[in-house]
Ligand binder design. Sequence first.
Ligand SMILES: [Zn+2]
Length: 188
Amino acid sequence: MISERQATAQALRMEGLGNFPLREEAQRELIAAIQRAARDVDHASAITSRWIECNRFAPTPAEIYVLAARCDREYDPREWRCSKCDGTGFVEVYELHTWRSANDKTVEQISHEQFERLLQQVSGIIGEQIVTSAAAHCNACARGRRMAEESRQNEAENAQEKPAARRSTGLNRVQPADFKQAAGKDAE
Ligand SMILES: [Zn+2]
């Protein structure tokens, strides 16, 4: 939480906007909202700057809270590290692929331990059974979720251009190019 003086300085940056509260009580509400919503001075400054960039009118306290969540450090990978993906937005996932026939394959998500164990047990032949590791978007942080959303949108755009060749497993998988090539070659 920042000091009242710091919050006041941010509020006053918005003084030139329309409907800026003239009454002292209303001003104090705005200052208190900034004070409570902001994690620190940088966050408060980011909230204010973002508001000024996008609006001609002064915010209500409620709008400050909404914007504070959106300007959260979580969105800045330089400031924030997700414990699951270390801020990269990617995690490694492990899968067991089992073919019942040339065009009928099941994909199961497995743990890293299962991956290590199955590596010794499956034939490792595409068309039979393989274990594989692949990069997936992290679902534990905003960065990973945003990247997943972007790739879903790209996929949707691509799908309009050409019919989908494969069914999605529901996992936001990123196919390593070399693995895709190897699989393609084998299928021919
Ligand atoms: Zn993450």
